[in-house]
Ligand binder design. Structure first.
Ligand code: NAP
Ligand code: MG
Length: 405
């Protein structure tokens, strides 16, 4: 009889590219299939397959997450001009993450994996800070114009049912620049729901910040929508769990974040989230330790690592050189997805497996065994740098002992 932990609903498994594709297989072989009767619906999002299918495979994977509820994704190449030549692509396919995000209407939450021996640059940070970035609209969908000469710029809106608006933006007396951007109530609402739900789920306070003192209509709308949804649908549940929702001006938020201990979710508009997530992850230590989960407003989840396919390591790997690429964030994508699947399907053994896998990772690091990227960040003890496979096998040894206990 198969003594491995059983699953009921399959996970949507999305394979990827380069070094992370190699690590993906190692994780499955060493840390998952020996212990879990892994059920997955497999989608190969490797660049070659995306090209062969005209990127239909990415859309199918997104639809599968909608249907099954939980996915786990390997890092993938977002093609640029150089990749189009390297892989002789039919087209410069769009970012798979963007495609899946659009299908799920989701918000991305990023949080660092924190260990004792790596101290954040900000010395009072004790717990992870999770950044929730609204990944739709604003400057990312903006229209820009390089104003070449003297002239008048206007903002014009023509409504379908007769609403109209026209206002001078600026009377240019010389060349300059101009930008128009937008967002939609529906997208802001989804963002708000995703944030409130994730806060309840992870039992953390939620902070939200914009610049509504300056942006009295645009940012104000974000603030009001969050407030309305919180009062109508979430306040009671937050209070029952002793959690708070807290809105503040972004300037104030930045100051508070730096002085805080961490341990909350900071929701940001698109641009703020882009910049702040890089700042927070760098201050916590390493991109290789950033986890990422996409949550949709109707409760679907996609787990992944925040980093890319680690191309430079892959080329070294192809030449037969030893690589010490950090698999932590990719392992956590799997453990996160398995825990969520276990929770949804009422499989405590699967949840417990995910937890033990994470504990085994942390124990390995705490005992000073780590990949090369982390060694330089450790302040105490004498860490030992190992290659990727050795690191994963060290985790496996600890995991086996935990599962036997
Ligand atoms: P990257 O793959 O994140 O790697 C950038 C550098 O960060 C690496 O060269 C490495 O530095 C370090 N690094 C990142 N992850 C690491 C890990 N797990 N272990 C050790 N070091 C790590 O970013 P990129 O080079 O800009 O992008 C490569 C490809 O990934 C691109 O084709 C891009 O489109 C794609 N990408 C995908 C996603 C995604 O699917 N979510 C996200 C971002 C980028 P050293 O070389 O100095 O060791
Ligand atoms: Mg960025």
């Amino acid at each position: 009889m198969d003594k491995r932990i059983q699953m009921t609903t399959p996970l949507v498994e999305m394979d990827g590219d380069e070094m992370t594709r190699i690590i993906w297989q190692m994780i499955k072989d060493e840390l998952l299939t020996p212990f879990v009767d892994l059920k997955t619906e497999y989608y190969d999002l490797g660049l070659q397959k995306r090209d062969e299918t005209g990127d239909r495979i990415t859309v199918e994977a997104g639809e599968a997450i909608k249907r099954l509820g939980v996915g786990v994704k390997c890092a993938t190449i977002t093609p640029n001009k150089q990749r189009v030549e390297e892989y002789q692509l039919h087209e410069m396919w769009k970012s798979p993450n963007g495609t899946i995000r659009a299908i799920l209407d989701g918000t991305v939450f990023r949080a660092p994996i924190v260990i004792d021996s790596i101290k954040p640059v900000v010395k009072n940070w004790k717990k992870p800070i999770t950044i929730a970035r609204h990944a739709y609209g604003d400057v990312y969908k903006g229209t820009e114009y390089r104003v070449p000469e003297k002239g008048k710029a206007e903002l014009v809106f023509t409504g379908e049912n007769g609403a109209s608006f026209r206002e001078t933006v600026y009377d240019f007396e010389c060349p300059g620049v101009l930008q128009g951007m937008y967002n939609k109530d529906s997208s802001i609402r989804s963002f708000a729901h995703a944030c409130f739900q994730y806060a309840l789920e992870t039992r953390q306070d939620l902070w939200f910040s914009t610049k509504d003192t300056i942006s009295k209509k645009y940012d104000q709308t974000f603030k009001l929508i969050f407030e309305e949804i919180y009062e109508a649908e979430y306040r009671a549940r937050f209070e029952a769990l002793g959690l708070t929702y807290f809105y503040t001006l972004i300037d104030d938020a930045v100051a508070r974040v730096i002085r805080s201990e961490g341990g909350y979710i900071w929701a940001c508009k698109n641009y703020d989230g882009d910049v702040m997530s890089d700042m927070v992850s760098t201050a916590f230590g390493s991109l290789a330790m950033m986890t990422s989960v996409l949550c949709s407003p109707d409760g679907k989840f996609e787990y992944e690592a925040a980093h890319g396919t680690v191309t430079r390591h892959y080329y070294r790997y192809l030449k037969g050189e030893e690589t010490s690429t950090n698999p932590m964030a990719t392992i956590y994508a799997w453990s996160g997805a398995l825990k969520k699947r276990g929770e949804l399907d009422g499989l405590p053994e699967l949840v417990s497996f995910g937890e033990k896998l994470e504990e085994a990772c942390i124990d390995t690091l705490n005992e000073g065994i780590m990949t090369r990227d982390l060694v330089g960040l450790v302040e105490e003890g004498t860490p030992r740098a190992v290659n990727t496979l050795e690191f994963i096998r060290q985790i496996r040894g600890r995991l086996e002992r935990k599962l036997e206990a």
